[in-house]
Design a protein around this ligand. Structure first.
Ligand SMILES: [Zn+2]
Length: 430
């Protein structure tokens, strides 16, 4: 949460909400970090040793305490922003590239400190990462540009008893215990480059999960239903703890260069269909990204919308030895003409990108579409297919590429039939 803001209003808050803690998720930061530390493998807890305690009780608060804890403030600062003590992006999500850069920066620092045998510094950098992940997944950090919910309260006018009260603190603060005791943390990568990128997408899940809790919490606050507030806060805090556990586990694996074979297997291929492209800046498609054909809408994952209204399964015509068959896909994207989907890819982590492209056999029978994959602005693969054609597999080399774009253009006379599908878009290591 924003410290500058806190300095200005803490006195007011004390009068209005005597129980409110002074820091962002406040006490929950500690509860969430401890829950994550509890599920780390024994060798990792031993590796942290005497730093395990302070990581859960102090270091995860470093980004909120940069003005008072001068000694540790440097562990929440970035070389790219010299002299800047308070970095808003450690509390509120910025753009995807900025968020990724912050994760990569602090992960690099933590891993380098572990490799150098400096556990104290490593644990402090890990504390900063915990804080960022927890704040991004907090129920009161969910609405871009409306951190105090002044806009949302125009949509949800408060009852008289709540009038004039700022909601940020009450939405996220409380006293609760977090436990994820049956959770096994996931390895997110065998290099910082890979792990930071996967962690970014993991925290996107945390942000979406937190968004689903904000309005129920406000409704519960308005209804003075403390139990319902905690139930929704727990939904966010539990997810945050899992994301934090994955991050800490991965950093310690990277620091020790110790990777389990079975944990590495799922990292070989990664489907990107459900990831948010850069055009979905705040993890939704703004109206400027809507396309006009084959209907007025935005890209969808896992389904195609008939006429922009009715969800249908993704389907393609596939050529096989014994003729052509129609096949349904659960992983894939349906999108319209003219709007580009851009995905950051960690450089030189994946060798290839593959995707099956084609038009939906029924909805797109009369369409004709050019499918193009660009890598850093240059075409890597392109094909033009009509509605009667079988799907084609596009397979591109990703050497040196850090951004791919999926581009669709109408090449026929019937744009309302251009139901184009990118099925199983996948980044492949080998
Ligand atoms: Zn914060």
């Amino acid at each position: 949460m924003n410290m500058i803001y806190l300095k200005r209003v803490t006195l007011g808050l004390v009068v209005l909400f005597p129980m409110v803690s002074a820091f962002g998720w406040g006490e929950p930061h500690l509860a969430i970090t401890k829950a994550a530390l509890d599920v780390l493998p024994t060798w990792q807890r031993e590796m942290l040793g005497e730093e395990l305690g302070p990581l859960g009780s102090r270091y995860c608060l470093i980004p909120d305490e940069v003005y008072t804890d001068k000694e540790n403030a440097k562990f929440a600062m970035m070389d790219t922003e010299p002299g800047k003590v308070y970095l808003v992006k450690l509390h509120l999500p910025a753009s995807q590239p900025e968020n990724l850069e912050a994760l990569r920066y602090f992960m690099t620092k933590a891993v380098a400190s572990l490799k150098a045998g400096n556990k104290g510094d490593a644990a402090r950098y890990m504390g900063t990462i915990c804080h960022l992940l927890e704040d991004y997944g907090s129920p009161s950090h969910t609405i871009p540009g409306d951190n105090m919910f002044t806009l949302l309260q125009q949509f949800m006018p408060p009852p008289d008893a709540m009038k004039g009260k700022l909601l940020h603190g009450p939405i996220e603060n409380g006293t609760f215990e977090v436990s994820i005791k049956d959770y096994h943390p996931h390895l997110l990568g065998v290099t910082v480059e890979e792990a930071a990128w996967r962690l970014l997408h993991r925290v996107h899940e945390g942000i979406i999960n937190a968004r689903s809790t904000t309005i129920p919490i406000i409704q519960a606050l308005y209804a003075n239903d403390a139990q319902a507030v905690i139930t929704s806060q727990m939904k966010a805090a539990t997810m945050d703890a899992r994301v934090v556990a994955d991050a800490l586990h991965t950093i310690l694996c990277l620091g020790a260069q110790k990777f389990d074979d079975t944990a590495q297997a799922p990292l070989r291929d990664v489907g990107i269909a459900s990831m948010f492209p850069l055009e979905a800046v705040n993890l939704y498609f703004p109206q400027s990204e809507f396309f006009s054909t084959p209907y007025w809408g935005h890209p969808r994952t896992g389904v195609v919308l008939e006429g922009g209204t009715k969800e249908m399964p993704l389907k393609l015509r596939i050529a096989q030895d014994r003729g052509v068959v129609e096949k349904e896909f659960t992983e894939g994207i349906s999108a319209g003409m003219g709007k580009i989907l851009t995905y950051h890819v960690p450089k030189d982590v994946y060798q290839r990108f593959t995707v099956l492209v084609g038009l939906h056999p029924e909805l797109g029978a009369k369409g004709r579409v050019e499918f193009t994959i660009n890598g850093d602005g240059k075409p890597l693969a392109t094909v033009t297919l009509g509605g009667e054609d079988s799907a084609q597999l596009l397979d591109c080399d990703l050497s040196g590429v850090s951004q791919i774009q999926l581009v669709l253009n109408s090449r026929g006379l019937n744009p309302k039939s251009n139901y184009a599908i990118w099925a199983e878009p996948t980044l492949i290591k080998r």
